[in-house]
Design a protein around this ligand. Structure first.
Ligand code: NAP
Ligand code: MN
Length: 267
């Protein structure tokens, strides 16, 4: 695919955690970027090159959140799980030459949107409501129908791309990111003869809405690596949004290979 019509003028921003990536690696990468005829530009890039782990990609997406319609992302993995990457630390030349020749695969991922107290919050992996101090109580509606009154530590609504993150730790299914969906998973649900919830992860289609009506104080709403407090008795609507993140991958990339290398192992 062609990344831009004028690849030689492509503007590249570098995104990394300064405390994790040493200056020498950064200046080496900067030199390489320039030697391939690209421009370095953090304020108005065509491509954001993120270096580090998956957390760095999440931070890059939130940093360029207002430019998502015109920015593409590509990652160089450095010492982390690296689920969003397809180039290793020693493959900077391969990354830049693939980018230059447009020989990369492009994936689009819808962000999930939470609307709460007239504010819109977006996430790539998931949105969580969690109650650190008391049992979280929340009614759960799917498309205006009451499914359950949940009691437990929290609820996580993940995108397909985020299904391998927190959702997977909760026993949720891994979903191929080519399937647009949301997955609702429970954190430590209370299930006994008095209280019941579904007690399994629930995958719902891309056009559906989940509404959580909370009945507990001191709730945290987590979104990717970020969080905010939610007022008592809030109504939180969750939907897939029309904001899309474009992630570039190596042309040999396949999701099945990625799952095998990151979770199953190569033996
Ligand atoms: P973090 O502690 O670095 O992230 C936890 C782990 O999740 C890291 O190994 C990270 O990979 C990996 N990860 C992130 N997104 C992933 C994805 N889509 N698929 C597979 N693995 C993924 O925390 P952070 O950097 O602030 O990232 C925030 C994310 O952490 C949240 O969105 C949430 O999904 C996840 N999280 C997980 C748990 C849990 O599993 N119990 C609890 C809290 C948060 P890297 O090492 O490459 O960064
Ligand atoms: Mn991380």
């Amino acid at each position: 695919m062609s990344v831009t019509s004028k690849n030689q003028n492509m503007k590249i921003a570098l995104c990394y955690k300064t405390e994790k990536i040493d200056d020498e690696l950064v200046s080496n990468i900067k030199e390489k970027v320039l030697s391939y005829g690209f421009e370095l530009n953090d304020s108005c890039p065509d491509v954001v090159l993120f270096i580090g782990g998956d957390g760095t990609f999440l931070r890059a997406v939130h940093q360029y959140y207002n430019e998502l319609h015109k920015v593409k992302f590509i990652g160089l993995c450095k010492g982390h799980l690296g689920f969003f990457y397809s180039y290793d630390e020693n493959q900077i030349d391969a990354l830049l030459s693939d980018l230059k020749r447009g020989e990369v695969k492009s994936e689009s991922h819808q962000l999930i949107k939470a609307t709460v107290d007239n504010e819109e919050i977006y996430a790539l992996n998931e949105i969580r409501i969690e109650s650190p101090f008391h049992t979280l109580i929340s009614d759960v509606y799917i498309n205006d129908e009451l499914l359950e009154t949940f009691r437990g530590n929290g609820l996580v609504v993940s995108t397909s791309l985020g299904s391998t993150a927190y959702n997977k730790s909760l026993g949720g299914a891994v979903i191929y990111p080519s399937i647009s969906s949301m997955e609702l998973s429970e954190i430590a649900p209370i299930n006994n003869t008095v209280y019941h919830s579904l007690h399994s992860s629930l995958i719902i289609d891309k056009d559906s809405e989940i509404v959580l009506k909370t009945k507990t104080d001191n709730i945290l709403l987590g979104y990717d690596h970020l969080n905010k407090n939610v007022k008592f008795a809030s109504s939180i609507s969750l939907r897939l949004s029309n904001k899309v993140v474009v992630l570039l991958r190596n042309k040999d990339y396949s999701y099945t290979k990625l799952l095998k290398s990151k979770f199953v192992g190569d033996k």
